[in-house]
Design a protein around this ligand. Structure first.
Ligand code: ADP
Ligand code: GLC
Length: 487
C-alpha cells in the first residue's frame, strides 16, 4: 500500500511526547512490512542543526490561503533506522520558533499550511496514496480538503483517510475569523454549522466528521471518549461515528526500549538476569545526588508536567508519604509552573529522598526507567501512555490510575496468585493514589528475602508482556485494507 503519514511530531527530529514516538515507530513498522510509507512534518527550527542531512525535494511551492500567498519548500531525510522518507515542510516565518507548539496566535495557520502542503506535495510527486493517516487536530483538515478542494484531482480518486486521536484534550478550535487563512472559506458550508453560528470551528471535529475511519490509541480510551465524562464536548460526534471508530493500543519501539541492549543505560539487564538493574539504580542516585540503599525503593517519574498527568494528587499525597514511609523519588520533566514548583519544593524539603530534574532528556528518561523500582503515573486521563509500557519492559512496576491506556496495560498485582504487573487505583483522588503507592511499598517490604523474590516475580510478569509494535501493526494494516479495499 501507499501510505502518507502526516503528523506535527516525529522522533527524533521533533518530539514533545508520545505522538513523536508513534509517528516514527508506526511508519517504520509499515515500511518493514513492505509498504511504501512516507511521513510529512513541519521543519521546525529544532530539526535543523542536529547533524541530519537534508535533500531538497521541492525548491518552492506556492499556494493561496484566502488573501495570503504561502510559499514553502520541501526537504527530505530518511527516518533514522529505516529507509522511510520524511518530508519536511520548510516555511521559516511559521516554523522557526523556539517551540513546536506556539502561543503566538497563528497556530491555525501554522498547521493549516501543513495540511495543504502535504496534499500539494503528493501532487508534485504524483504520489497517489491509498491511505493518508492523519494525527490529532494539527492534521485533521486533510479528510475534508480531499473530499472538496482536492476532489477534482484523479490522483486522489482512491485515497482514503484514517484519523488517529492521540489526545482529545487538544481540539484546534478557532474563531471563524481564522477560516479564510486556513483556506476553508470556499467550503465553509461543509463545516459544523452550529459551531460556525457560534463563531468557531474545530480542526479535530472536522476530521471526526470527514475521515473514513477514526482510531484512538487504546480500546478503553475509545470507549471513554464516547461518554460525556471524557468526551470533552465531542462525545456526541464520536458516538455518531462509532461504526468507524476503534481503539488500537500503541506499541513500544523494542529497538529503542530494550534493557538488554540500551546504549543510554550503564548496565544491561533482562527478565532472566535482573542484576544489572541494581547498578543502574546506584548510578542514577549518585548522579542525582541521593544516597543509595538497596533496601529503599526508588520511585521514578518521567512526564510532561501537565494537568492531564494528574500530579495535583501528588501535592496532597507525597509530602505525607515521604514523612511516613521509606522510599526515594526522582522526577524528570518540565511543564506548568505549578507542578515544577511543587517538585522543586519537595526536593528541598526532602533532600535525601527526592531529586527533581527540570529537563527534557532522552538519556535521563532511559536512566530513570532502568533505575527505578516503581514508576508513578497518576494521569487524570491517558489516551494510551508509553511510559508505563517502557516501565513494564524495564522491570519497573507502574503505579497508575485506572484510565485509558493505563487500564489496558497495567493490572493490580495479587501476591496470593502472583498475577499482575503493577498497582492500579480506581478513583482519581488522593486516597486512591495513597492506597496504590502504599500497596506498592508494602509489597516491596524490605526488598530482601521472600519479599525480593515476590518483587522479582512481579517484575518478570511485566517484562514478558508482548508490548512491541510488531504485536500491534497488524491491526493498522487490517484497518487500512478495510477502508481502502482496492489498494
Ligand atoms: P504524552 O504523549 O501524553 O506526553 P506518553 O507516555 O505517550 O505521554 O509519551 C511521553 C513520551 O515523552 C515518552 O517517550 C517519554 O519518555 C517522553 N518524555 C516525556 N517527558 C520527558 C522528559 N522530560 N525527558 C525526556 N523524555 C520525556
Ligand atoms: C498523547 C497521549 C498519550 C499517548 C500519545 C501517543 O500524547 O497523551 O497517552 O500515548 O499521545 O499516542
Amino acid at each position: 500500500m501507499k501510505i502518507l503519514f502526516v503528523s506535527a511530531e516525529v522522533a527524533p527530529f521533533a518530539k514533545t511526547g508520545g505522538l513523536g514516538d508513534v509517528s516514527a515507530a508506526l511508519p517504520r513498522q509499515l515500511h518493514g512490512l513492505g509498504h511504501d510509507v512516507r511521513v510529512v512534518v513541519p521543519m521546525y527550527a529544532r530539526v535543523l542543526g542536529r547533524g541530519h542531512v537534508f535533500t531538497e525535494v521541492v525548491p518552492e511551492m506556492a499556494f493561496a490561503l484566502g488573501d495570503l500567498t504561502v510559499r514553502v519548500a520541501i526537504f527530505s531525510a530518511p527516518l533514522p533506522g529505516s529507509e522511510v522518507p520524511v518530508y519536511f515542510v520548510r516555511c521559516p516565518s511559521l516554523y522557526d520558533r523556539a517551540n513546536i507548539y506556539d502561543t503566538g496566535g497563528d497556530e491555525h495557520l501554522r498547521f493549516a499550511v501543513l495540511n495543504w502542503a502535504a496534499l500539494k506535495l503528493c501532487q508534485y510527486l504524483q504520489f497517489g496514496p491509498d491511505i493518508i493517516h492523519v494525527n490529532d487536530w494539527q492534521t485533521a483538515l486533510i479528510p475534508l480538503l480531499l473530499r472538496t478542494l482536492f476532489a477534482w484531482d484523479k490522483l486522489f480518486a482512491r485515497t482514503r483517510t484514517v484519523l488517529t486521536i492521540h489526545n482529545l484534550g487538544h481540539q484546534g478550535t478557532f474563531d471563524t475569523g481564522a477560516l479564510a487563512r486556513c483556506g476553508l472559506a470556499p467550503v465553509a458550508d461543509r463545516l459544523h454549522q452550529e459551531h460556525l453560528r457560534e463563531g468557531r470551528f474545530g480542526f479535530l471535529l472536522t476530521g471526526i466528521l470527514y475521515a473514513n475511519a477514526i482510531t484512538t490509541v487504546s480500546p478503553t480510551y475509545a470507549r471513554e471518549i464516547q461518554t460525556s465524562e471524557h468526551g470533552v464536548g465531542l462525545d456526541g460526534f464520536l458516538r455518531g461515528r462509532a461504526d468507524v471508530l476503534r481503539g488500537i493500543l500503541n506499541g513500544i519501539d523494542e529497538d529503542e526500549w530494550n534493557p538488554a541492549a540500551d546504549a543510554l543505560i550503564p548496565h544491561a539487564f533482562s527478565a532472566d538476569d535482573l542484576d544489572g538493574k541494581e547498578g543502574c539504580k546506584a548510578e542514577l542516585l549518585a548522579s542525582a545526588g541521593l544516597p543509595y540503599r538497596a533496601d529503599v525503593p526508588l520511585v521514578g517519574v518521567v512526564s510532561r508536567l501537565a494537568w492531564q498527568k494528574g500530579f495535583d494528587l501528588c501535592e496532597a499525597v507525597l509530602p505525607v508519604m515521604l514523612e511516613r514511609r521509606r522510599f526515594q523519588l526522582v522526577v524528570l520533566g518540565t511543564g506548568e509552573g505549578r507542578y515544577e514548583d511543587f517538585f522543586r519544593h519537595l526536593a528541598r524539603a526532602f533532600p535525601r529522598q527526592v531529586a527533581y530534574l527540570p529537563a527534557f532528556s532522552e538519556k535521563y528518561a532511559h536512566a530513570i526507567e532502568a533505575a527505578a523500582d516503581m514508576f508513578l503515573m497518576p494521569s487524570r486521563y491517558e489516551p494510551c501512555g508509553l511510559n508505563q509500557m517502557y516501565s513494564l519492559r524495564y522491570g519497573t512496576a507502574p503505579i497508575v490510575h485506572r484510565t485509558g491506556g493505563l487500564a489496558d496495560t497495567v493490572w493490580n498485582f495479587d501476591p496470593g496468585t502472583g498475577r499482575g504487573t503493577g498497582f492500579v487505583f480506581d478513583h482519581f483522588d488522593a486516597a486512591g493514589l495513597a492506597w496504590a503507592l502504599g500497596r506498592a511499598l508494602d509489597v516491596w517490604g524490605n526488598g530482601a528475602g521472600v519479599e525480593r523474590e515476590r518483587w522479582r516475580h512481579l517484575q518478570r510478569n511485566g517484562m514478558r508482556l508482548p508490548l512491541g509494535w510488531s504485536h500491534r501493526i497488524g491491526e493498522y494494516v487490517a484497518l487500512y485494507r478495510l477502508v481502502a479495499p482496492d489498494a
